[in-house]
Write a new protein. Sequence first.
Lengths: 34, 366
Amino acid sequence: MNIKINEDWLATIIAFVLLILAMVNVISAEMVKF
Amino acid sequence: MTTSAVKQEQKASPGVLNFIVGLAIVVALAFLARWFKDQVYGIKDLGGLGIPGKVLEFPIWAALVGLIANYILKAVKFFEYPKSGFRTELFLKIGLVLLGAGISFKVIVTAAGGAIIQGIIMVAAVYFFSWWLGGKFGLPDTLRAVMSTAVSICGVSAAIAAAGSVLAKKEEITYVTALVIVTALPLMVIAPLIAGALNMPEPVAGAWFGGNVDTTAAVVGAGTIYGETAQKIASIVKQTQNVLIGVVAFLLALYFTTVVEGKKEKPSASIIWQRFPKFVLGFLVASLIFTFGWIDKDVAGKAIGGMKDWAFCLAFVCMGLELEISGFKKMGWSPVIVYLIVTIFNTLLALAISWLIFGWLFPVSL
């Protein structure tokens, strides 16, 4: 399978999914501490 | 397509497993980079050299770990298999959208005002200087166009956009891409050191990195090393320049079809939208969400900040992994000399312009 999707949109979608998960406290600061 | 051609294509194109293996390598290396950073971060004097450990921020470790892995994977002939998982741009764009969720829209508008002026001056001056110097060194027009766009706007993605407009050869793109990364990596470390030595305020330093360092990844890296405000301003300035890619790609296509090839039909202006970096829209929407106060700074804000750092760390690891220098031998040293001279010109001009604009005309405070 060849993965072909516009990288800009893909990155935006992934970032917003992460953003929403953080906003509803599914992802906490402790889980992703850098 | 014949059955054998289909089989050949299936064999040649990377699969999901290749991507997953590549991604696993990148994630493991990012953990390693973080571990190195944690080990030295608290040290006040590294090896008695007077260098505090916190100078060695994670972009340096990530790029270094990536470079070493690049060398090892090539030495054991296991580089091609996981290569499709090495996605600098993808991780970088995720990180940039998340970064937007921590910047007020007002700051973006103020900084973008200065960045547009800086961008227009820098892109025009550096582009034409590079084009002129490339001509003096006898470089082919297509290589001059790709190189000038790369050095004046935004490294790799600009080089690819320009190459499409002027129908450059594949090896010219590979060559310029390698040049961009080879110069951007040391600049990512050197630029913050110079900024520190000049005692530059963070917004000015950020604007300088954004206008000077060629790839967005290295810009963010340099900003991260210098400080949080520098990271934000550098990212805004660089993304403003990236937006200009489409305009330059259109003008180049117009010049090459009408002047160089002498054709009457003109390229479509839709190229401006095609080349527009769409993730910038995500960055702006994320900033609006933050500005409306929908993100709790102390809870969600910290989690978003952590994910942003992870995304950038993955991008810097990939930057080290993707470095390719084998193409240099094929084209000789003239383009390297041109590129280095233009980079020095770019660095000095950006320094003066960023002081003028962000230190005086559009001072930004976060």
